[in-house]
Design a protein around this ligand. Structure first.
Ligand SMILES: Nc1ncnc2c1ncn2[C@@H]1O[C@H](COP(=O)(O)OP(=O)(O)OP(=O)(O)O)[C@@H](O)[C@H]1O
Length: 358
């Protein structure tokens, strides 16, 4: 009885973590349950933003190691010469800057799980060392010669095609077999588009009612036909953007199309004949009657116009257009917008616009 009850609550917990009722989501949850029962190394393959880290956490949480540490590190983000000490630790004075002894992620995750994200980006010399650790189950801190036993489950992930990397000699095949005792494919969002409404509800669950959006059928159809190159991460950002710009509204297909492509100028703008560029010392003025086409929506008769929100929508879109034209260079985008650089940065912060690497 107890076992059945426990299984039911585990099942419910996993369903609130890995959202979706599509066959792909159900299969993923079933695979998570199965691999969680073992200690086998798991490699998660799937496109960026598809939820690989979430799946790694779910495997840890569902398994016997759940009371112990779960450590996630991004192998692509750690400089090549630091990764050995990050993973295995170092002794004091073992290299310039090693002012004190430090334990690495392997030792810190003792009894638990270490998630190695972007494993395909790991340097070849480091791959050899990692393979040795997986075979011997011991690590040696940098600057020490003493092997230390470790009991850590490894889950790794990649969005790269490792077959190709192996073929080109960039990734060791023997390490691939060690890491991928079980290889789990995490599906793209486009392949489980029927989960989109449930995922939107999930991302809106903690929002106050007045910032949640509703979607009419045409809007949902548009969302389900979108390609979602950024997968669930892109959907989460979309839901946030929609709530900032249209909180409390029911969105139609046009609203959704605009929100999905925030850097594209609305068709109405392209219809305006080009006017001479303003001189740098003239601020852009919005002449409402003359530039009425700038407003993306014509309000329904009798419906109040939320002028502040409309202006914010235009402002955000113009910022994206300018950043695009300026290849992400903020000072150049600020010049195009005849704004001070600091003002543009403030506005980008307000709208949550990420600074692109120029
Ligand atoms: N099935 C899911 N249910 C709910 N939220 C999800 C699901 N899958 C992913 N997410 C959310 O989507 C975002 C991206 O997920 P995650 O970071 O796990 O992706 P990833 O595949 O590891 O990305 P990357 O390859 O860029 O490291 C996170 O906010 C995560 O919580």
């Amino acid at each position: 009885m107890t076992v059945v009850g426990q299984f039911d609550s585990d099942q419910a917990a996993l369903e609130t973590l890995i959202i979706g009722a599509s066959p792909a989501a159900q299969h993923l949850r079933e695979m998570i349950r199965r691999v969680a029962r073992s200690n086998a190394s798991v490699m998660l393959c799937g496109p960026s933003g598809s939820g690989k880290e979430l799946v790694a956490r779910a495997i840890h949480d569902e398994g016997m190691r759940s009371g112990k540490a779960f450590t996630a590190i991004n192998c692509g983000a750690i400089p090549g010469d630091l990764i050995e000490s990050e993973l295995f630790g170092h002794e004091k004075g073992s290299f310039t800057g090693a002012h004190a002894r430090r334990i690495g992620h392997f030792e810190a995750s003792e009894g638990g799980t270490l998630f190695l994200d972007e494993i395909g980006d790991m340097r070849f010399d480091m791959q050899v060392k990692l393979l040795r650790v997986l075979e011997d189950r011991t690590i040696v801190r940098v600057g020490s010669s003493e092997p230390r036993a470790v009991d850590v489950r490894i889950i790794s992930a990649t969005h790269q095609n490792l077959d190709e990397a192996i073929g080109e000699g960039r990734f060791r095949e023997d390490l691939f077999f060690r890491l991928g005792v079980v290889v789990l494919q995490v599906p793209s969002l486009a392949s489980r588009a029927e989960d989109i409404p449930a995922l939107i509800r999930h991302f809106q669950r903690k929002m106050p009612a007045d910032v949640k959006c509703r979607y009419d059928n045409a809007a949902l159809a548009t969302l389900m036909h979108h390609g979602w190159p950024g997968n669930i991460r892109e959907l989460r950002n979309f839901v946030e953007r929609a709530s900032v710009l249209h909180g409390g509204e029911t969105l139609g297909a046009d609203d959704v199309a605009m929100l999905l492509n925030p850097t594209a100028a609305p068709a109405a703008w392209r219809a305006i004949p080009s006017s001479p560029a303003p001189s740098p010392d003239t601020a852009i003025e919005i002449d409402v009657p003359g530039n009425a086409a700038l407003f993306p929506k014509t309000p329904a008769p009798g419906r109040p116009i939320d002028l502040k929100r409309e202006i914010e929508t235009i402002e955000l879109e113009q910022i994206h257009v300018a950043l695009d034209m300026a290849d992400g260079i903020i000072s150049e985008a600020a010049r195009l917008l005849t704004l001070k650089r600091t003002t543009l940065i403030e506005k980008m912060r307000k709208y949550g616009v990420q600074q692109q690497a120029a």
